[in-house]
Design a protein around this ligand. Sequence first.
Ligand code: PLP
Length: 425
Amino acid sequence: MMEKMTSGQLIDLEDKYGAHNYHPLEVVLERGEGVHVWDVEGKKYYDFLSAYSAVNQGHCHPKIVGAMVDQAKTLTLTSRAFYNDALGPYEKFVTEYFGFDKVLPMNTGAEAVETAIKLCRKWAYEVKGISEDAAQIIVCDNNFHGRTTTIVSFSNDAVASKNFGPFTPGFIRIPYNDSDALERALNENDNVAGFLVEPIQGEAGVFVPDSGYIEKAKELCAANGTLFIADEVQTGIARTGSLLAVCGDCNCGNTCEKDSNTYVKPDILILGKAISGGAYPVSAVLADDSIMNVIKPGQHGSTFGGNPVAAKVAVAALEVVRDEKLAENARRLGVIFRKEMNRIIDSTDLVLKVRGRGLLNAIIVNDTEESETAWNLCVALKENGLLAKPTHGNIIRFAPPLVMNEQQLMECVSIIEKTINEFKQ
Ligand SMILES: *Cc1c(COP(=O)(O)O)cnc(C)c1O
C-alpha cells in the first residue's frame, strides 16, 4: 500500500507537473457529499463555490451518480456517426423542460458559446440576409463566456486575452446594463446578427442589472431582427431562484412558465455547468427550428457531444432540480442570506455590500481591487470550514449548492460572521 499523500505533497505535485493556469486556495479535496466537501486530512467544509455553480444539485447526488454509473457500464460513446438510445429521449426532455424546439448538445460551456456564435452567424447570412463575413455580434463589457480564442477575442479582461491574439473580428462591445448603448449599437451598425449577454454577470462579480434591462434588451433585439442570446451557463438551472435568470421574478421553479409576464425567452439559450450537476461535462444550445435548422449535417459537431452518459446524467440532474424544488429553495434561502449579510455589514467596516439573486451572491470587501484582503478573508473562511473564492480583486462570490437547508445556511452565516469579526488585515 502506498502511504497516503498529504495536502502539501499533492499541492507540490500540481505545482511541478501541472501548467500554472490557476491559483487555487490551498485546500486539497478528496470527497464530497451534498453541501459538504472533505480535504485529504479529513477536515470538513461547506462548499460555497459549487464549482462555479456546476454543483447546484450538491456533491455526488446519488440519483445523478447512479444514472452516470449505470450508463457507463452499458455504453459510453458512439459518436454521432451512429444514433444512440439515450440521446433522443434526452433531447425531447431538455427541449420540453426549457421550452424550445431543438437542442444542440456539446460538452463545455465555452463550446456551447462557440456553437451559439456559429449558429447566430449562419442564421444571419442565410435568414437575415447579411452579406458574408460581415456579421457583428454585440457583447458586453466585463463579460465572461469562456476561454477559447474567439471568446477571449471579445473579452476586456487583459489577463484573459493578452498575448493570445490575433483575435477573431466581428464583435462590438458595449457597456452592460445600458439599454441606450444597446439601442445605439443596433442603430449605428447595419450588420448586427446577435446580442450575447449574461442575465447576471457572474465572473464579473455577480453584477445584477437593473430590473427591466433584460426585457428591454430582448425588445430592442426583436425590433431590430437581431438574435437575443442568453449565456446562462452560470446563472441557469435554478441558481438565481428561478429555473433561468431570464425568468426574472417568475417563481414557477419548475419548467419555464412561458406565459409568465417576467419571462424573457432568448432566441438562443446557452447552458452548461449545472445541467450535469457537476458529474460530467455537459452543455447545450437551445433554439427554435427557425434558427436551429440552419445547421446541416457536417457543419458543426463534437465527438463527445450528445454521448449516452451525458444524456442520462443531464436528464437525472434536471429531474433533481425539479423534484427537489431547488429554484424555490435558492430563492427562499437567498433572501435570508442577503438579509443576514446586511445585518453583518451594518456592524463591520470590512464589507461594504452584498448583492445577488437567489443563491448567486457576492460581498464587496472594503479595499482596493489590487489588495489581498478578499483573498486573505477566503483563507480565513477556509480555516473556519467554508470554501469560497474572490472573483475579481475585492469581490467574493458566495454560491453554495442549492440542496442546502436553512439550518445549514445559518451555520454558514455564523462562520462568515465569526470570520469577519476576527479578521485582522
Ligand atoms: C463558466 C462559464 C462559461 C464557460 O464554461 P466552461 O465549461 O468553463 O467552458 C461560459 N459562460 C459563463 C457565463 C460561465 O460562467
